[in-house]
Write a protein that binds this ligand. Structure first.
Ligand code: ADE
Length: 233
């Protein structure tokens, strides 16, 4: 899988993509991430990539030309399955969307900044507008990182134990069950006996019941009909 990220702040993105699971995914050759500085595509003297809004008002708007030049260069080299624009007014990112994105080969993400991007970019280049939640970040970079992290770890072969992604919260529309490790008794706080019993079937059943119970208590909305359907192509 290949992910290209277009940003005005490339430094903000680099470090978080170089640790832990994503680092391993890249080293194994399962995930390629390319970060593009939009400013490098600005043709004016000062490498300006934003300008005042027509009609006035506070805040700068990201200009169409540098974004066009960057996107057109990339789309000339390969076909992208989706071109995402990260914005608080987009469609909400979910585990379901990550499960969909991971089936794709090439994804491009445009990080918004300032007051936003010239509407013509959204109209003519973007296939999908995505928000990671109902709150406003100072830019789309952190949202792009969230989506890259969440999607990248689902690539087959990235997690050492492949079943561990299947066991995640949300993956079967249930929250994950509680987990424990040694010591079995810490200051009198004991691990449930069943987990020490060695009866795998009973352990599995106990975990499933715990998942159901947690979900009912903490996220009853997840048990509603229709919330579990995979995303359509
Ligand atoms: N940019 C600013 N806020 C955002 C959000 N909540 N999701 C995606 N991109 C954003």
């Amino acid at each position: 899988m290949r992910i290209d990220i277009l940003t005005l702040l490339p430094e903000l993105l680099e470090s978080p993509l170089n640790y832990s699971i994503l680092k391993r995914a890249k080293e194994k050759g399962l995930l390629e991430i390319y970060i593009h500085n939009i400013r490098d595509y600005a043709r004016n003297k000062h490498k300006q990539a934003d300008d005042y809004a027509f009609g006035g008002g506070a805040g700068m708007v990201m200009m169409i030309e540098p974004i066009d030049l960057c996107i057109s260069k990339l789309t000339g080299e390969r076909q992208y399955d989706e071109i995402l624009y990260l914005t608080p007014d987009g469609e909400r990112f979910t585990q379901r969307m990550a499960n969909y994105l991971v089936t794709k080969k090439n994804i491009l993400m445009l990080c918004g900044h300032y007051k936003g991007v010239d509407q013509r970019v959204r109209d003519h280049f973007i296939t999908r507008e995505v928000s990671i939640g109902d709150y406003v970040l100072s830019g789309g970079e952190i949202a792009a990182l969230v989506i890259t992290d969440c999607t990248g770890r689902l690539i087959p072969g990235v997690l050492s134990d492949e079943t561990s992604a299947l066991m995640d919260s949300f993956q079967d529309n249930l929250l994950a069950p509680p987990v424990y490790t040694r010591p079995a008794n810490y200051k009198g706080w004991k691990v449930p006996d069943i987990l020490l019993s060695g009866h795998q079937l009973q352990v599995d059943e106990w975990r499933h019941q715990q998942s159901l119970e947690r979900t009912r208590k903490l996220r009853p909305d997840m048990l509603q009909e229709g919330s579990e359907k995979p995303e359509e192509e």
